[in-house]
Design a protein around this ligand. Structure first.
Ligand code: ADP
Ligand code: ZN
Length: 723
């Protein structure tokens, strides 16, 4: 292949875009190749891009500097280059920033071997508190310097010091070992007729190849996992690869066990807690096709699959697929675009689709497959609402008499109950009885949440923590602070008082924060060592506990108070999902929903087991208001440590807003979370007609406003967060 005389290279340097370089004699370069190029006195990395697709400055050929060299990284395939372009364009991100997600730093660890370190040498001659902490915490651990610094919560310099001192010793790890291969024929299930029909259609599509998007909508307990495993099996039989995206990698333990039971071995996992050597090994195995099946969090979407045949987005309605930092993308939507570029199948699996997904399916853009009944003849649970105005809980209690009676009856039968409240900690607000002070985070416009188990106040936005103060920080009065409102710990306290013999487990991101903890929880519940589970939305996802027959929703109105566009939808999904944990085995399930508005449409739809009624009404409302997916939204968040600078920049952006038919701009206004991590925040919300080229409008508009260096402007296309 002949190489052109010059190439356009996307360089990994913020704000530079694409630059032209000469191709030195003897070097052959093609689009997608990783290269190193000179930039000023330095050499940086970049990727060769297709001719004519990116703007760049025209430079005279003889003035071009030459490419320094080609890097030993699998090239970025044409489908991935098109996907990167789409993501950068749609989410208003830099192309280099998007490519960085496909080529994370581990991709550049070109060596086939990595040097890790572990304890093994003598203690350092000079011991500092940080060194001591590292030595204590690194017992039994191994990793590269950056991994160890993270594990020990010390700086990388401290770790390097321990290497120099000989306390940490080197260990060479290979990155290209053989991987266990999942076997499509290992243990195929016997599918029920409805399952077989749906699985057969998806498997055939995977076998045939070509772009095919599916919505797999199946009620909770219908066996969606078993069914989409057949699409994975079809990809394996075709010699290709499969990707399963899951919302919460910490919760995958039961899923992994089912996968191994079906395919004979574990898949490759991809998530942020992997060590560098594990990331490097997984990345390389995906790129050269040794990794046949990958399960991962949303970032797995950007792995360089060699032959991706099917992507499954499990629990596709989950909002954790929306990335809220860096490139603000939605993994569900990017998964569909990737499948389109790769000519592959994509399956969005859920019991409670997003309105956006539902509308695509109704239009026929996605093929709609349904599993209307639970597997094995299990019945859907009996759902009723408890009107809190008629049956208020006793003073200092949060469980109403009907719910308490149901818990008593369930425990009496030796069965298990689950209480759902989407609030971590003991109480969301701590108030001074004497002066009325509400304890706030110093960095955020948010109340500090009491965590009684760890005896701390914590900010759920920035992570700031303090011990619970003995006296009011404002007026100094002793013993005047009172906890207001319930969190899961407070519900656990009430359960302990009312049913002292019941064995309780709290399930939140604080308590179930790793696959090992999730596996232990599953074991304990299955072994009936737990009588009452009390959890946040962590407990709504994926669990299958046959002896769990009662679900109580402590406060179904909680999610509705914020009033953002998806509040109703999110509440409906959460309650339907948690209700779906009840009665999944032979014994029937019962669900009680505590609410102040039992007459509300969404409560009525839940009680009647009639999701269509809710979806139809909600879809109509969105259509009337021109909200997504019928219109488009983008949020512009302007932030700075300097409040006046943020306000001035937001006003300048507001003043420059284009006047055009089909576009309206709300704000700027102080964000509900007016301060976050010490930054003052202003927001604008842009609403546009679907036919409007919103991205181009935004790019031209924001490109024309000069913003000072201490102000950050973030654009969030299709926003999910309105704080
Ligand atoms: P969903 O994800 O739709 O809520 P699951 O996939 O968790 O449902 O399935 C519910 C339960 O039924 C699981 O324990 C699963 O193993 C079992 N199951 C579903 N389909 C089959 C099948 N064809 N054969 C055996 N067990 C099945
Ligand atoms: Zn905070």
């Amino acid at each position: 292949m002949t190489s052109p005389a010059s190439v356009r290279v996307v360089v990994f340097q913020h704000g530079l875009g694409a630059l032209d370089y000469a191709v030195p004699a003897g070097l052959t370069l093609a689009p997608g190749d990783a290269v190193s190029v000179p930039l000023g006195p330095r050499v940086i990395s970049g990727v060769v891009w297709d001719e004519g697709r990116l703007e760049g400055r025209e430079v005279e050929a003889k003035r071009l500097r030459p490419v320094a060299g080609k890097l030993d990284i699998p090239p970025l395939s044409a489908p991935m280059r098109r996907l990167c372009e789409w993501v950068a364009d749609y989410y208003l991100a830099s192309l280099a920033g998007v490519i960085r997600m496909v080529w994370p730093s581990v991709a550049f660890l070109g060596e086939r071997e990595i040097v890790e370190y572990r304890l093994g040498g003598q203690l350092p001659g000079r011991m500092t508190p940080a060194r001591l902490q590292a030595v204590e915490r690194l017992e039994g651990r191994q990793g590269i310097v950056r991994d160890l610094a993270r594990m020990a919560d010390v700086s990388e310099a401290v770790v390097r010091g321990l290497v120099t001192a000989g306390t940490l010793v080197a260990e060479v790890v290979g990155a290209d070992g053989a991987l266990a291969q999942p076997d499509a024929g290992f243990a195929p299930p016997v599918l029920e007729a409805a399952q077989a029909e749906v699985a057969g259609e998806m498997a055939a599509a995977v076998g045939a190849g070509g772009f095919a998007p599916y919505l797999l909508e199946g009620v909770t307990g219908s066996g969606k996992t078993e069914v989409y495993f057949e699409a994975v099996a079809a990809a394996l039989e075709a010699g290709g690869q499969a990707l399963v995206l899951v919302p919460e990698i910490a919760l995958t333990a039961p899923w992994l066990a089912r996968f191994a039971a079906r395919f004979g071995c574990a898949p490759v996992s991809w998530h942020s807690d992997l060590k560098a050597s594990e990331r490097r090994a997984a990345w390389a195995a995906v790129a050269d096709g040794r990794a046949k099946v990958v399960v991962g969090a949303r970032s797995a979407l950007f792995l360089p699959f060699k032959d991706l045949r099917v992507t499954i987005v499990d629990e596709a309605h989950e909002t954790s697929f929306k990335q809220e930092e860096g490139v603000h993308y939605h993994a569900r939507d990017v998964a569909v675009m990737r499948a389109r570029e790769e000519d592959a199948v994509v399956i969005l699996a859920t019991a409670t689709p997003a309105i956006e997904t539902q509308v695509q399916a109704a239009k026929g853009t996605y093929r709609h497959l349904q599993l209307p009944a639970r597997f094995g003849g299990a019945q859907m649970p009996d759902i009723s609402a408890v009107d809190l105005r008629r049956y208020p809980p006793a003073r200092g209690h949060w469980l109403s008499p009907p719910l308490a009676a149901a818990v008593t009856a369930t425990l009496g039968r030796g069965e298990q109950a689950l209480l759902f409240l989407n609030r971590r900690g003991y109480a969301p607000l701590t108030l001074c009885r004497h002066c009325g002070e509400r304890i706030q985070c110093p960095n955020c416009t948010a109340w500090m949440v009491e965590h009684r188990l760890s005896k701390r106040l914590a900010c759920h936005h920035c992570g700031h923590q303090t011990p619970v103060p003995p006296r009011c920080p404002e007026c100094g009065e002793a013993d005047s602070l009172v906890a207001c409102g319930p969190g899961v710990e407070r519900i656990a306290e009430e359960v302990g008082r009312v049913w002292p013999e019941a064995r309780v487990a709290i399930v939140t991101s604080d308590t179930v924060n790793s696959p090992a903890r999730a596996a232990e929880l599953v074991r304990a519940v299955e072994a009936k060592e737990i009588d009452v589970l009390i959890g946040t939305q962590m407990v709504t996802k994926g669990y299958h506990f046959p002896e769990l027959t009662l679900v109580g929703v402590v406060d179904a109105d909680l999610g509705l108070s914020g009033g953002d566009l998806r509040a109703g939808e999110r509440t409906f999904q959460q309650v339907a999902q948690v209700a779906g944990r009840a009665g999944r085995g032979a014994k029937p399930g019962k669900v009680l929903i505590q609410t102040h508005q039992p007459q509300a449409r969404l409560m009525q739809a839940l009680v009647a087991g009639d999701p269509a009624a809710f979806y139809e009404a909600e879809t109509e409302a969105r259509r009337d208001l021109g909200l997504p997916p019928f219109g488009r939204l983008a949020a512009i968040i302007v932030s700075s440590e300097d409040a006046a600078a943020a306000l001035a920049a937001a006003r300048a952006i507001g003043a420059a807003a284009p006047q055009m038919e089909g576009l309206s701009v709300l704000g700027p206004a102080a964000a509900p979370l007016a301060m976050l991590r010490g930054r003052h925040r202003q927001r604008l919300l842009v609403q546009a007609r679907r036919s409007l080229a919103l991205q181009r409008v935004l790019r031209d508009w924001l490109g024309a406003v000069a913003v000072p260096g201490n102000v950050r402007v973030v654009v969030d296309v299709d926003p999910y967060s309105f704080v």
